[in-house]
Design a protein around this ligand. Sequence first.
Ligand SMILES: Nc1nc2c(c(=O)[nH]1)N[C@H]1C(S)=C(S)[C@@H](COP(=O)(O)OP(=O)(O)OC[C@H]3O[C@@H](n4cnc5c(=O)[nH]c(N)nc54)[C@H](O)[C@@H]3O)O[C@H]1N2
Ligand SMILES: Nc1nc2c(c(=O)[nH]1)N[C@H]1C(S)=C(S)[C@@H](COP(=O)(O)OP(=O)(O)OC[C@H]3O[C@@H](n4cnc5c(=O)[nH]c(N)nc54)[C@H](O)[C@@H]3O)O[C@H]1N2
Ligand SMILES: [Mo]
Length: 788
Amino acid sequence: MKNDQQQNTDDLTHKLPEAENPYQLSKLKLTKVEKWAAGVPAVMAAVSDLIEDKTVLRGGKALFKMNQMGGFDCSSCAWPDPDDDRSPLGEYCENGAKALAEEATTKKVTAAFFKENSVYSLSQLDDYQIGKMGRLTEPVYLPVGGTHYQPITWEDAFGKIASHLNALESPNEAAFYTSGRTSNEASFLYQLFAKEFGTNNMPDCSNMCHETSGTALKTTIGIGKGTVTLEDFYDTDLIIIIGQNPGTNAPRMLSALEKGKKNGAKIIAVNPLPEAGLMGFHNPQAIKGIIGSGGKLTDLFLPIKINGDMALLKAIELLLIELEKKNPGEVFDHEFIRDKTTGFENFQKQFENLDLDHLAFLSGVSKELIIEAAEMIAFKKRIIICWGMGLTQQPNGVDMIREIVNILLIKGSIGKPGAGVCPVRGHSNVQGNRTMLIDEKPTNEQLDRLQAYFGFNPPRNHGYDVVGTIKAIHEEKVKVMFCMGGNFLSAAPDTTYTAEALRKLKLLVCVSTKLNRGHLIHGKESLILPTLSRSDMDIVNNEIQIISTENSMGVVQSSKGVLQPISDQFLNETQIVCRMAMATLGEKSVVNWLLYHGSYDAVRDAIENCIPGFENYNVRVREKGGFYLPNAPRHGEFKAKESADRAAFTLTEIPDNELEADEYMMATTRTHDQFNTTIYGMDDRYRGIKNERRVIFMNQNDIDKAGFKAGDKVDLFNYNDGIERIAPLFLIVSYQIPERNTVTYFPETNVLVSVNNVVKESNMPASKYVKIKVKKHDPAIYQKIKRM
Ligand SMILES: Nc1nc2c(c(=O)[nH]1)N[C@H]1C(S)=C(S)[C@@H](COP(=O)(O)OP(=O)(O)OC[C@H]3O[C@@H](n4cnc5c(=O)[nH]c(N)nc54)[C@H](O)[C@@H]3O)O[C@H]1N2
Ligand SMILES: Nc1nc2c(c(=O)[nH]1)N[C@H]1C(S)=C(S)[C@@H](COP(=O)(O)OP(=O)(O)OC[C@H]3O[C@@H](n4cnc5c(=O)[nH]c(N)nc54)[C@H](O)[C@@H]3O)O[C@H]1N2
Ligand SMILES: [Mo]
């Protein structure tokens, strides 16, 4: 074992499989690729997860409270709960159960643990092992030059944060990151503190997730959110799912799809991979699911090339125009176009120069399938289009979502029941974070309201987003970073570059529930502050508190933890913010932090006064099912950027996705056994992968052409900006995927995503559009890897 001083010679950003120590690589097993999601195996997997973690009693009890009225909101995804009529078995899914098992564990990471394990030795574990260490239970501190985190009192921790923040030359030398689990109450106070301190540097996980959707929707319909409700899924004609894997990432969505289908809806899925949850579904919560008969979900599957979606959408529009010519008034909604939109003429004109064969070629989907899709769309009136990271993490993602809006606008299929846009959000409260003004670009209107209520003058200049923050830390323009949850290092692109930046920070503070790699690539000084998770009882002034969150469909609901916290040293996130604010701002502050420290109701009153839509917050949040936030486009009232009362058609461009002869396009995606950077296990059951994460899915023709065989060991390279980025030692898996396209798992391949490879306008990392080269594995490759 190497000693702690040697840490500079090893790469700590990933546990790399060394040639002589082949990690899991020898154990890869390929199993059947599933055509169905959920059913018995899912229920078994959920329960066995809880048993393995010895949290069965705690977890099992909690499972029945998850997503129930008066219970707590599952932290695994942002899919909404039915407004009433919730399943008595609990509104949970396999992956919700796994998320709960992660949180409910009684294993503890204590100060004694950190005394025994140096930062260096912990970084030698893989991400799965790091996650299994247990819940963080006391605040710890890493001093300059330190090798081990050591205990620190909360008082001293806030003192350190305050002295670092107050020593900065400008408040803009600090950045405040948010992952998407933070409650509305804590989020509101957190952004309030950053603004009173004086900065809008508020990077958040939206900057890697749905910023693209918000940008596209704000400029076309006037709200940066979806327009549909769960009810719309139950009674609609057609649901189109593009670039999203609901079976793994929003499993409860499958119940809504099933219900919609039962009522006559058709489903079209657009994805480079035939994902199990798209193809079929055995409902684990319905008896027929448990006994095995399930439903085919997708009626038409379009195997799109990575980033072929724009060409596909235009091809469909071209066909709709032709069908309208043949059936005047039956395909287009002329009245809607006339009364509710702008820019239609220009939009329609572009199609004079477009050619179906060429568009089909660019999309990778056959003309026959595209015609079938267009015919399914043409004569239906109520259409919902859903999307996920497959679109938002593309360089032209903003434009592709605008193109989705274009289709709905010609059909008049938005702003009425059973129709509209549905960006399926990720983190359980990511949408609420934004509503609570966690935003590096707050509007003047929003800031005016804060100013009027609190009396201080919030900063008006825009702050850094995620990519901007990484670069600013590199340039030493940002010196202190505070992370409210998340795993910034591993979630961010260009891991080596990001790690290099984080190492330069004077202070890195992470408020976390579980240990992760982001704690191990630290600043010159670092703090880890333990906090409650969603399922923990939050007791303030001897009373169990409720917090609130906003789901994917704009419903604000209360959440009340049920598990006894395993440490008496936890502070909730709201208290952490208030104490940081009091320590940092002291007498200068005009905000009554002490009041908010002791009362969520008081925070909600402040929110009610500063953010529209929260009237009577404290009463309505306690009502069964919560309440809907205002959403004008949902009711057919639009407000595009350039028009006061209409939605806008947009002109977009078709990218040419040229690859060099030996290049492939890579999309990074999630397995069925992870939550973002938290690795639950080494399998990806629905895709037939067991015991291994370092795999690359390739088309068999590509494997043959390159002279490889399935199972071969390869190294992956990216050369953006003239830099060689290396991800060593992956196993080739032959898969049903379009030629020249590949898929790997995040975060292992984030090292290949250039920080400059971003989505136009939203500045998100384009993590599903990475040009790579694939070469036979060379054991000498490790010598070329930059050690962090
Ligand atoms: N269990 C579990 N649940 C989760 C998460 C988790 O990690 N685990 N993460 C949460 C978060 S934060 C988020 S944002 C969501 C993410 O949920 P999803 O949006 O489903 O995310 P991904 O798995 O990254 O990828 C989505 C799909 O995009 C497809 N894809 C890739 N490239 C393209 C393309 O060019 N075109 C098209 N049409 N499709 C493409 C991939 O094949 C994949 O099926 O899930 C949330 N829920
Ligand atoms: N290549 C590639 N990169 C990606 C993506 C991709 O598809 N491909 N997806 C992107 C997306 S969509 C997202 S959202 C980001 C995710 O980025 P993040 O949100 O930063 O990452 P997570 O892995 O969700 O964060 C996990 C950590 O959050 C902490 N945590 C969990 N619950 C709580 C809580 O209640 N409170 C607090 N304080 N901490 C908590 C735990 O310590 C845990 O280790 O990653 C992005 N990165
Ligand atoms: Mo996300």
